[in-house]
Design a protein around this ligand. Structure first.
Ligand SMILES: C[S+](C)CC[C@H](N)C(=O)O
Ligand SMILES: N[C@@H](CCS)C(=O)O
Ligand SMILES: [Zn+2]
Length: 327
């Protein structure tokens, strides 16, 4: 499978799950379905300030749906984002830690409860701390284009990510989930930071894709994976928030490009309009398609499968059921 030393937590979970673990689905999507307002530069991270109880509720809903891995609410939670909101550095760092704490509390609460119900079979879920791309922080749709402009270089991206990474790791998540990375430069920044900070917990780095073949920037996955493959600190690689129509061919491509474990959590197929800040309907998968395709993605080699934006707990329930039935 290609796991490196230090990755045993993730490796063990995948094994316990029968060879393919289920992760959660669209987090912001589910917050919105409960009425949370997230049309804001902080997007779902606004709920860390305004609706922390909803964050815990959504984590619990995904656990009940069968998720073996929870992704924290920190996708768009960044220190510069909180500072520009008028919060102090201390307050911003405390919100980052809170994102991990809320997920850990939900996981522990759920785990304490499942043992009491005869016939229940769940794995003790892992908490993956979300580290959204620089483009997510920019809130201009650039996590789907990878166009950061000429002023953004490797050092700038590392400076952007470094303190958040340190604070999040201090909060004690089980793993790190770099999400929606749109270009090679940011992949390199993440890898260099994992090495420089000597991060000891497993991590995955997931890219988007808008054409189904390349990273959003147009750079080939071959180029991007050359960087990731060199680092033992990257335990898994994959795709998130891209169309589910792309997943079959991308899993096949990734199998040729890496021996690392492959993680896939596509969105529903809807397209994000970064200017209007809304989802445009497109050829979307319903839960039935996820149920049909998840075993295929697993059989092709994906080791973690879940959903991203516009997927819901019912999507995860469908994926979990399909994977369990076909193990
Ligand atoms: C995954 S996208 C839908 C997140 C929102 C985006 N970064 C924005 O703030 O507009
Ligand atoms: N973990 C984030 C990813 C957004 S692309 C979410 O599900 O809201
Ligand atoms: Zn998404």
């Amino acid at each position: 499978m290609g796991f490196e030393k230090g990755a045993s937590l993730l490796e063990d979970l995948i094994e316990k799950a029968g060879g393919c673990a289920v992760m959660d689905g669209g987090f912001a999507t589910q917050l919105e379905s409960h009425g949370a307002f997230i049309n804001d530069p902080l997007w779902s991270a606004l709920c860390l300030i305004k609706d922390p109880h909803l964050i815990k509720q959504v984590h619990l809903e995904y656990l009940e749906a069968g998720a073996d891995i929870l992704v924290t609410s920190s996708y768009q939670a960044t220190i510069p984002g909180f500072l520009s909101r008028g919060l102090s550095l201390e307050e911003g760092e405390s919100l980052l830690k809170k994102s991990v704490k809320l997920a850990v509390e939900a996981r522990d609460k759920f785990w304490d409860g499942v043992g009491c119900v005869p016939g229940n079979s769940y794995n003790r879920a892992l908490v993956a701390a979300s580290i959204g791309s620089y483009g997510a922080y920019l809130a201009d749709g650039s996590e789907y284009s990878g166009c950061y402009g000429p002023g953004v270089n490797l050092d700038k991206l590392k400076d952007f990510h470094r303190r958040r990474l340190q604070v999040i790791v201090e909060a004690g998540p089980d793993l790190l989930a770099f999400e929606t990375i749109p270009n090679k430069l940011e992949a390199q920044a993440c890898v260099e930071l994992l090495e420089e900070e000597n991060i000891q917990i497993p991590s995955w780095i997931c890219f988007g894709s808008v054409d189904g073949e390349n990273a959003p920037s147009g750079e080939s996955f071959k180029e991007c994976f050359e960087i990731l493959n060199k680092s033992k600190k990257v335990n898994a690689v994959g795709i998130n928030c891209a169309s589910p129509h792309f997943i079959e061919s991308l899993v096949c491509k990734f199998k040729e490009l890496t021996t690392k474990a492959i993680v896939v959590y596509p969105n529903s197929g809807a397209i994000w309009d970064g200017r209007a800040k809304k989802w445009l309907p497109s050829m979307c998968f319903g839960d039935e398609e996820f149920e049909l395709f998840a075993p295929r993605w697993r059989n092709q080699g994906a080791k973690v499968i879940g959903g991203c934006c516009r997927t819901t707990p019912s999507t995860i329930r469908a994926i979990s059921k399909a994977l369990k039935e076909t193990t």
